[in-house]
Design a binder for this molecule. Structure first.
Ligand SMILES: [Zn+2]
Length: 366
């Protein structure tokens, strides 16, 4: 049927209106970016047990502060083991020793929430696919299946996790690795479709010996180098709750920024646990601001808020970064808060919609 439609040219007639609608959808976001404080490249609508605010309540939290948001659930479901925790219901991965497992339904949940919105509300969100196991060679097939089931919805994949303090070792099954062919297969597919990739990978292990090369720096650069055609956002600049920036951290990040082989790599500064390092002192703030000034197109603000209850909780990280915003010149600040997001996610939207036009039979197209 798909082939028949392509032969008779009916698909073409159908896809022109889609393109027009996409343009209409994207237009208000551009027009509005002057009025908003930030776009958010990193937001979890749900927590580790798949609970969170209604998407309409979340749009109210975005209000006139957050223009656009990269929206996803949490791929790792925390198991409630009655044997281990009894009636003490864990909602966060640190609340229990019970394992985490990959919860693919999160993608359907996010897609249905997005589809329940009006078009102008949808235009402010970029849903992301996260519900795959990055050690599974079939993970790329899951991503393809999500795009086929929910065409017109997703812009990228992530946040997904390879190495993360406390988390990696708790996941049932194989420990993830940056050198897993399954991960290469995922990124190859992201390149084919044009999906933006948001990856969490700690640059180092917690309590690393000062002066030693960060445990995962070499491997993640290898991953970036193997996938030059994928737009990759390295979440949290590789930092974590205990993975603090070592003496060489900013030099290591700058080496990536400076290297033309890594022009496709970006960094988000999301998570209050990361903000606590980047604006810890006036010196730390200055180092971060200087790096951003030298590479103003390569950083994105994100909240990493998960299942917020209200607006102050949602936008807390933006306030924590106040010293950074005050240290940046107006244009660099606008790039990090607003424009880099628009450029990267607009391009990904365009590419993914165009891949879907060629590969997915959109409902209602016949
Ligand atoms: Zn993360």
């Amino acid at each position: 049927m798909r082939r028949a439609l392509m032969l008779c040219g009916c698909r073409l007639q159908f896809f022109v209106p889609i393109a027009v609608l996409l343009l209409i959808g994207a237009a208000p976001a551009h027009a509005q970016s002057n009025e908003f404080k930030f776009n958010d490249a990193h937001f979890h609508l749900t927590n580790n047990v798949q609970e969170g605010p209604n998407i309409r309540d979340f749009l109210n939290m975005m209000g006139s502060k957050a223009g656009r948001v990269a929206l996803f659930g949490v791929p790792l479901q925390q198991e409630w083991s009655y044997r281990v925790d009894g009636d003490r219901t864990p909602t966060y991965y640190l609340h229990t020793d019970a394992p985490l497992y990959y919860y693919s339904f999160t993608d359907a949940w996010i897609a249905m929430a997005y589809k329940s919105l009006a078009r102008e509300q949808q235009a402010r969100l970029d849903p992301m696919i996260t519900g795959f196991n990055p050690t599974d060679m079939y993970a790329a097939d899951h991503i393809r299946r999500v795009l086929e089931t929910f065409p017109g919805v997703f812009t990228g994949i992530g946040e997904f996790t390879i190495h993360k303090e406390f988390v990696s070792a708790k996941i049932s099954g194989q420990v993830a690795s940056l050198e897993d062919p399954a991960l290469d297969r995922i990124l190859d597919f992201a390149a084919e479709v044009g999906l933006v990739v948001l990856i969490h990978n700690d640059i180092d292990v917690p309590f690393a010996k000062e002066g030693s090369e960060p445990a995962y720096l070499h491997q993640i650069k290898g991953l970036f180098a193997r996938h030059p055609n994928v737009t990759i956002i390295w979440a949290h600049m590789g930092l974590g709750r205990l993975v603090r920036p070592g003496k060489s951290h900013f030099a290591d990040i700058e080496a990536i920024l400076r290297d033309p082989n890594f022009n496709h790599v970006y960094f988000d500064i999301s998570w209050d646990e990361v903000a606590k390092y980047l604006v810890a002192t006036p010196e730390a703030t200055q180092i971060t601001a200087d790096l951003m000034r030298r590479y103003p197109d390569r950083f994105l603000f994100g909240t990493d808020s998960a299942a917020p209850k209200d607006e102050p909780q949602y936008s807390k990280v933006f306030s924590v970064y106040k010293p950074l915003w005050q240290s940046l010149d107006a244009q660099t600040s606008r790039n990090v808060r607003l424009q880099n997001y628009e450029r990267i996610f607009d391009e990904a939207r365009r590419k993914v919609r165009s891949w879907e036009s060629a590969h997915v039979l959109v409902p209602g197209s016949n």
